[in-house]
Design a protein around this ligand. Structure first.
Ligand code: ADP
Ligand code: MG
Length: 706
């Protein structure tokens, strides 16, 4: 028995096969190919249709040889004049051809006797390839060739634009074209791809049906604008992009609606109030912090779960805001969870929260998933004892059962995806009550982007930095002047200041990064006599990292050599100089985050972006944006322009879904209309809403379940 279903039971003849059926239902797809296709995001038959070509080959007309333009692939009909093997630097077969008016040379580096025989003088060929200026004139290297009877037969063909798809090894273009062809023929069945947009929507984005748009994209008709199709500006692409943006928006909103319909603990007890917390801080909260705390407490006083995103630039003091919310939860007899993206940060938050809350009698627990003490803590958490648990993903472990979770705080949201938020909610919702959710991010997000990514959240902004911060002076210096930079470290240390030296690598390999950091630490201690250098990197044990960080915090270390593990949140106010090695390799948001580690005290701070030239244009643009401004919002906008939304939102790190067709920058206008229509669609067209959510969001099923 063959492992794939025989053709007779294939999708083509089975009326029950819908767009969500496995690609294995298509003819010729066995387990191996299915596995490879999944690498392209193709799992269901519908995914095949949403696999958009990156470009098209124009086989719609024959181009006279004299009109061939270098770099523009074209179809030509020519007659072979001669074919000879050239020895040159590489052995090649050079075929001289002509269409009567102009000469075209075809060059093959891989050829056998059969190929040579096929290209005998006098043979007529239809060729397709990319012309370039060769040694003699127009030349095509390895064109596709097809032998035809004569010139007239060469001109007799079915005009087409051949789509070229994103592919992976083991999946050829021809295979993809075949699968798309099969899927397109299923589209003829009206129930295969039911229309998802309600009929009463208007506007250019809905001028054609989804099925028409899909056909247009995979099989453009004569006269189609290939460039617009390739870069997504074509009306067919926009039609689908709009539908996708709407589907995504619907998913977020329906999820919000469902969560908001749950019951949450109404935390109305003023308890002792926040005064004791504020008194112990040693500083007065800024007006922005007070306002945001007010917004949060108002949400928490309600019997519906809070879903709030707090945006605040690096150093704006989000931890205090979280502490106020957590204290309120505990004073109302509930437990709080505080989730950080890295262990280092979890430890740091645990330290701050213990310092602030334990004097008030609030237990603050650290869960790392590794320590022996965890068992005791897990028992306390399970018993429902009011207190605050701090940790990384370890907080999600099944072993950790909160007896009375009332508030979940997620720090540095951009590191977590929607799915992780869901997991926390599932955890929180194990009882009859759903916990309030507070999400904090240091990555300011431009509005449309925020609305599109976090439509399920209310937003608060801490738009003020604590007083007394001095601006950070940022300079970019080429690596050739490294010695000068090292000398500067010596001066800073002599003045009693502390320094970060950050090592970066392109590859996310902790091992290589750790090696680079070790080497840097060694060379710095050699170069700087009497300067105390220490190291933190991702390969060190948690306890070792904590020791190094504590020593640095307490001023027993002058220079901390670190990998990007210190990127988010680490707080040592006396550190006023940061050197970022190979700064050209990092993205803007990451550089901004890193730089935010300095400028936290009252001395003037400096950031040196040490780069390895020559710089690419984008790298240059990034470094100069960073030199120009330290305003997180301005940097976020620049970042969005330079990198695109997927990266800005950190979806790459989180594995969260990216848009398949839509692009939030290119399709910003469509995103706006999707935002404005979503509530109506949800209210008046629930059937379509459900269809769109399922079609466009991988998490569709998960959304539906919550
Ligand atoms: P982030 O928003 O980046 O998480 P943190 O919460 O780590 O910022 O706060 C940065 C530093 O500023 C910490 O040392 C914190 O104690 C301090 N801080 C927070 N709020 C204030 C304030 N209102 N006045 C002075 N310092 C503050
Ligand atoms: Mg923080």
């Amino acid at each position: 028995m063959p492992s794939s279903p025989p053709a007779s039971s294939s999708a083509a003849t089975d009326a029950t096969v819908g767009a969500t059926a496995s690609v294995r239902r298509l003819a010729g797809v066995g387990p191996k190919l299915a596995e490879r296709l999944s690498g392209l995001g193709i799992v269901a038959i519908g995914d095949v249709l949403l696999h958009r070509p990156t470009r098209y080959e124009d086989r719609s007309r024959i181009t006279p040889v004299l009109e061939l333009a270098p770099g523009r692939p074209a179809l030509a009909v020519v007659r072979v004049e001669s074919a000879e093997v050239r020895m040159g630097r590489r052995r090649s077969l050079l075929v001289t051809t002509s269409d009567g008016a102009g000469r075209l040379w075809l060059r093959f580096f891989h050829f056998g006797p059969a190929q040579q025989a096929r290209l005998a003088p006098g043979t007529w060929l239809r060729v397709y390839g990319e012309p370039r200026g060769g040694a003699y004139g127009a030349e095509m290297v390895h064109p596709e060739t097809e032998v035809v009877a004569d010139a007239a037969a060469g001109h007799d063909f079915v005009p087409s634009f051949t789509p070229v798809y994103p592919a992976v090894s083991g999946v050829t273009q021809n295979r993809l074209r075949d699968l798309v062809g099969q899927a397109l023929s299923l589209l003829d069945r009206s129930d295969f791809w039911p229309e998802g947009l309600p009929a009463d929507l208007t506007g250019p984005a809905v001028a054609m049906s989804a099925a028409e748009a899909l056909r247009h994209i995979h099989n453009p008709p004569p006269g189609a604008d290939l460039a617009a199709l390739a870069d997504g500006r074509d009306p067919a692409c926009r039609r689908l992009a709009f539908e996708e943006l709407l589907g995504h928006q619907l998913a977020l909103r329906s999820r919000r609606k469902q969560i908001r319909s749950d019951r949450a603990p109404a935390m109305r007890e003023p308890g002792r109030g926040l005064a004791p917390l504020f008194e112990g801080l040693g500083f007065a909260p800024t007006n922005a912090q007070r306002r945001v705390i007010g917004e949060i407490l108002a949400d928490m006083a309600a019997a519906a779960p809070m879903l709030r995103l707090v945006q605040g630039d690096v150093g704006s003091g989000k931890t205090v805001v979280a502490a106020a919310a957590l204290l309120t939860a505990v004073d109302n007899g509930w437990q709080g969870a505080f989730m950080a993206p890295t262990e280092l940060l979890a430890e740091q938050h645990h330290a701050s929260l213990s310092r602030w809350l334990e004097p008030l009698g609030v237990p603050v627990w650290l869960i790392t998933g590794k320590r022996k003490k965890d068992d005791e803590i897990i028992a306390a958490i399970g018993s429902g004892q009011p207190g605050v648990a701090v940790g990384t993903h370890a907080l999600f472990q099944n072993a950790v059962e909160f007896g009375r979770l009332g508030l979940a705080v997620i720090d540095e949201q951009h590191r977590f995806g929607v799915d992780q938020r869901l997991a926390l909610r599932n955890k929180a919702g194990s009882g009859r009550m759903t916990a309030h959710q507070l999400i904090m991010t240091a990555t300011p997000i431009p509005r449309t982007l925020a609305m599109s990514a976090y439509a399920d959240l209310d937003t608060s902004v801490i738009d003020e930095l604590p007083p007394g911060r001095t601006p950070i002076t940022t300079v970019a210096i080429p690596n050739t002047r490294r010695d000068e930079v090292i000398a500067r470290i010596g001066d800073a240390v002599a003045e009693g200041r502390q320094v970060y030296w950050v090592c970066t690598l392109i590859e996310a390999s902790h091992k290589l990064e750790a090696q680079a950091a070790e080497a840097a630490a060694e060379s710095l201690s050699e170069a700087l006599d009497g300067v105390r250098v220490s190291l933190v990197h991702g390969r060190m044990k948690a306890a070792e990292k904590a020791r190094a960080m504590t020593a640095f915090k307490e001023g027993r270390i002058d220079v901390l050599v670190a990998t990007t593990v210190i990127e988010v949140g680490v707080d040592v106010p006396n550190a006023s100089l940061m050197i970022i090695e190979n700064a050209e390799r990092l993205g803007l948001a990451q550089l901004h985050q890193l730089r935010g580690r300095v400028g936290r005290g009252s001395v003037a701070s400096h950031c040196v972006l040490l780069y390895q030239g020559p710089l690419s244009d984008t790298a240059r643009a990034r470094l100069s944006a960073l030199r120009r401004t330290s305003d997180g919002f301005a940097i976020a906008r620049a970042d969005l322009e330079l990198r695109g939304p997927g990266e800005v939102l950190g979806t790459r790190q989180t594995g969260a879904q990216e848009f398949r067709i839509a692009d939030l920058v290119r399709d910003a206008d469509l995103a706006e209309s999707a935002l404005s229509m979503a509530d109506d669609v949800l209210a008046y067209h629930p059937r379509e809403a459900e269809l769109l959510i399922e079609r466009w969001t991988q998490a569709g099923a998960a959304y539906a379940r919550v």
